[in-house]
Design a protein around this ligand. Structure first.
Ligand SMILES: *Cc1c(COP(=O)(O)O)cnc(C)c1O
Length: 393
């Protein structure tokens, strides 16, 4: 695969493993073991079985008739919103908990911002009877009470990060600190295609089940495996990486990533990394990053907690750099309108993250009868408060 990670963990100029020396043993163990483990037949069989019986895969590839009529194209929705826990994130946490077991780890740690990845992690820890600690910024804990309680109900310990801005970045630091002190019995589950190598590649492989299914499903529905366009939203980029993965070398398929433009890319309140970012190092890898002249990370903003991240995974920085993936961005308002539109036209309330992907429909030039697949990364139940506050429906 020509867009694949190289043996040093790079996608073109992006990627690598920029970590404190204290973390070398942890990362080195993962780097040496991950492919050996996840390519074993017994691992694949257990992973596939859990995805089927526990997560509910394959998720449908649903032909959205009324949405198609409106945009005059053939639009299919890949229904990741129907996964257990309500989003694609569980595909990755299932994979990583099996990997942790294979590495003989007894404890799991994770960091979480809005709480979605924390919930997906607490879920698989309960499933496997493993101890789970989730680090979360104190400010985020107050903002995301229902997810904190979900994690607790699932048996996880949620530890507040009380330093700095008391948000995701500080939670990540605390999780790293914990991991450094407990390298032998603990595995750290990262929630997107970010972090030091081998995390981005590992997470992309676990999420690639999405595009593997799209190929099979589209073949039987349309008699061809290749759609004309695939659209996905990008926070760190794991649902997009999963939806694009098995199409990267099929250059005829146009791949479109949608970032969050917040209140507009010139407003100072945006999270559109490819528009506003420059190369830099974030969370252990070289990537595109929103930063000041002297390299301080700029606080991103989006109405959607899952897209509110100042970087993107190195695979996406590379795909942007070489032009394989086209990047668009959608504002809060465009996403909210697209979310209401899908609710009304199809009876599906999307996560606000996923609504950003839907918002691209009105920005793209679509040809009649073009086949478009939109990755519906999650369901909107968690976002009801935000829909209510926005109010225009
Ligand atoms: C977390 C989340 C995202 C953003 O994460 P990616 O790694 O970019 O996929 C998108 N959609 C939903 C529903 C999420 O929960």
């Amino acid at each position: 695969m020509k867009y694949d990670v190289d043996s040093n963990g790079y996608y073109g100029q992006f990627g690598g493993a920029f970590i404190p020396e204290m973390l070398y043993p942890n990362i080195e163990e993962l780097r040496e073991q991950y492919l050996k483990i996840i390519e074993k037949e017994s691992f694949k069989a257990e992973f596939d079985d859990l995805l089927k019986q526990y997560v509910g895969r394959p998720t449908p590839l649903y032909f959205a008739k009324r949405l198609s009529e409106k945009y005059k194209a053939k639009i299919y929705l890949k229904r990741e919103d129907l996964c257990h826990t309500g989003a694609h994130k569980v595909n990755n946490t299932i994979g990583q908990i099996l990997l942790a077991k294979a590495l003989n780890k007894q404890k799991i740690i994770a960091e979480t911002g809005a709480g979605q990845h924390g919930v997906a992690t607490a879920t698989v820890c309960a499933l496997m009877g493993m101890e789970c600690i989730v680090y979360m910024g104190e400010v985020d804990m107050a903002r995301q009470r229902p997810n904190v309680e979900r994690m607790r109900l699932l048996g996880a310990e949620v530890v507040p990060a009380k330093s700095g801005s008391r948000t995701l970045k500080d939670a990540t630091n605390e999780a790293m600190r914990h991991w450094i002190s407990n390298p032998t019995d603990t595995h750290y589950i990262i929630g997107s295609v970010v972090g030091p190598h081998p995390y981005p590649d590992m997470v992309a492989r676990f999420q690639s089940v999405i595009s593997a299914e799209i190929r099979t499903q589209l073949s039987s529905l349309e008699g061809r495996a290749l759609p004309d366009k695939i659209i996905a939203c990008v926070g760190g980029g794991s649902n997009a990486a999963g939806a694009f993965y098995h199409y990267l070398n099929d250059e005829r398929v146009e791949l479109i990533a949608v970032e969050a433009a917040g209140k507009g890319n010139e407003s100072g309140k945006s999270a559109a990394t490819t528009v506003l970012g420059k190369p830099g190092v974030l969370h252990g890898s070289k990537t595109l990053l929103m930063q000041t002249e002297d390299g301080q990370v700029v606080e991103p903003y989006s109405i959607s907690a899952g897209l509110d991240y100042p970087g993107i995974g190195p695979i996406h920085a590379h795909l942007f750099d070489v032009g394989r993936v086209k990047f668009e961005s959608a504002t809060d308002q465009e996403a909210m309108e697209a979310g209401v539109e899908l609710s009304r036209l199809e009876g599906i309330i999307p996560a606000i993250e996923s609504a950003h992907a839907l918002a691209a429909l009105s920005k793209l030039e679509l040809k009649a009868d073009e086949i478009i697949v939109i990755n519906l990364s999650g369901r909107g139940d968690k976002d009801l408060e935000t829909y209510i506050k926005w109010g225009k429906y």
